[in-house]
Design a binder for this molecule. Sequence first.
Ligand code: ADP
Ligand code: MG
Length: 267
Amino acid sequence: MGRPSGAAAEELAIQVRDVDLRFGRKSVLTNLNLDVGIGQKVAIVGPSGTGKSTILRLLAGLLLPSAGCISLYGRPQTYLREDQDNPTDVRLVFQSPALLASLSVAENVGFILRHSQQLSPADVRARVSRVLEEVGLKGIEDLMPGQLSGGMQKRVSFARALVEEPRSDNHHPPILLFDEPTAGLDPVACTRIEDMIVKTTEFAGGTAVVVSHVMSTVLRATDYVIMLYGGCAQWEGSVKEFEVTDNPYVRQFRSASLEGPMQPEVG
Ligand code: ADP
Ligand code: MG
């Protein structure tokens, strides 16, 4: 799937226009533009510290841009998520699974349902079991996080992001944001997570943005790549093009070379 070129804002899940983001005097994003079509799975790649997690926080409404505009399904995001009446369904899977160690898997996954909705304990339990099954962890409800491998904890954090049913008054499927979902995992666990990203995105009927350094994750879980460096997109194109392009940024990323346009910040 290619970039939905020229699509109207409401035909896009995400539209980022001329976004700047500064923390004090430090400029992190400069003139960032980004279109993500409904149902697309987009990778954002680039070296550490280039602002990838910051983009996800902007999309999740946890931060506001210093300048420019972010629209989700054509709706400009002018307020932080916590200040919106009926926020777009955006689910951020953080880099660290951050499970609560003293709660069981079921209590972790069902946490938000127990605390924010009027569901009976039996309904919560049924929903938790369903999403655990969806991430390939059927029957582990009563285990504690400390009893799980890193890959399993990651999958539990996916289940937690999926546990809320899309709201019936929300016309749009969820936008899923994954921050470095496969960092630090062994190759087999990586493959499992990559398939899980595709499966959970499709399960939710949604759109995904995946931040990753891991080449297999880009290739297996996404269909479009944005190469971020120096505060903006230096290259973008389909995964197929990403594998072969001569673009110096992408070439340096693919070969993990020290030589190339991407150099550590000085100072
Ligand atoms: P990446 O995810 O690509 O590694 P980040 O988005 O986490 O990068 O960070 C981009 C830059 O913004 C880094 O230089 C980081 O130190 C800085 N940064 C991130 N969050 C904050 C913050 N809340 N306050 C100040 N600087 C921040
Ligand atoms: Mg990051």
